[in-house]
Design a protein around this ligand. Structure first.
Ligand code: ADP
Ligand code: TYD
Length: 209
């Protein structure tokens, strides 16, 4: 735990509305006068954004799960060193669209059981969890339809299809139980404003606690 800043992450399946809610929360908190850094993973620093292109573009079988785990962890380490930790040390609120819980799910669970490797690498190279994690939960079919509605080339994971998204949803809900002290589950299958209201309420409670 840092003595000063607050580290808030958004997690959930593709298309659940994480990026939308992260942006709305950042706007809301800035409106209240907070100093906010809005960032995302993979990416968030120059080097990590380069790794992002490697992991999110191309064939679904471009990397083995193990190689992918190393790439995501390398990107996170750079992001943490160069952006997140300095921002927290100077008292800012860092809002991160995905963090290590995504690795626990996507690399830890999607192709074989790599969760032990994910956790070992995390404690060796990252060693930091968010103070608060907002899990935007929703039906995977609806989430995938939303995600597919976006145009773009970063579809390696979305190309894995609905079965993976169903496993991810269950996995994220299990993670929320495992790390109950920092997770709040938010129903994402509602209009953006209703979801945002729950998000701001949860964050307000966290900031005063
Ligand atoms: P994620 O970051 O979780 O993949 P996004 O925030 O990018 O999700 O949202 C995916 C798509 O769904 C976007 O086109 C976005 O405008 C739309 N969207 C986000 N939240 C909602 C919502 N509550 N209801 C309907 N559509 C939404
Ligand atoms: P993101 O841009 O958040 O996608 P979306 O907006 O569709 O949710 O993340 C891109 C993809 O990267 C997403 O499918 C999940 C995957 N991912 C991992 O596999 N491992 C990780 O550690 C992270 C951070 C993301």
């Amino acid at each position: 735990m840092t003595a000063t800043g607050h580290f808030i992450s958004f997690e959930g399946i593709d298309g659940s509305g994480k990026s939308t809610q992260a942006r709305l929360l950042a706007d809301h908190l800035r409106g209240q006068g907070h100093d906010v850094i809005l960032t995302r993973e993979p990416g968030g620093s120059a080097g990590a954004e380069e790794i992002r292109a490697l992991v999110l573009q191309g064939d679904p079988d471009r990397w083995s799960a193990e190689t992918e785990l190393l790439l995501f962890t390398a990107a996170r380490r750079d992001h943490l060193e160069r952006l997140i930790l300095p921002a927290l040390a100077s008292g800012k609120i860092v809002i991160c669209d995905r963090f290590a819980d995504s690795t626990r799910m996507y690399q830890g669970l999607s192709r074989g059981d790599l969760r032990a490797s994910v956790d070992a690498l995390h404690s060796l190279m990252i060693g930091r969890e968010p103070d608060l994690t907002l899990l935007i939960d929703m039906d995977p079919v609806e989430g995938l339809a939303r995600a597919k509605g976006r145009q773009g080339s970063e579809e390696r994971f979305e190309d894995f299809g609905t079965d993976l998204q169903i496993a991810m949803r269950a996995g994220f809900l299990a993670l929320a139980k495992e790390f109950a002290h920092r997770f709040t589950v938010i129903d994402g299958a509602r209009d953006m404003e209703a979801v945002a209201q729950d998000v701001t309420h949860t964050v307000a409670n966290h900031l005063v606690s």
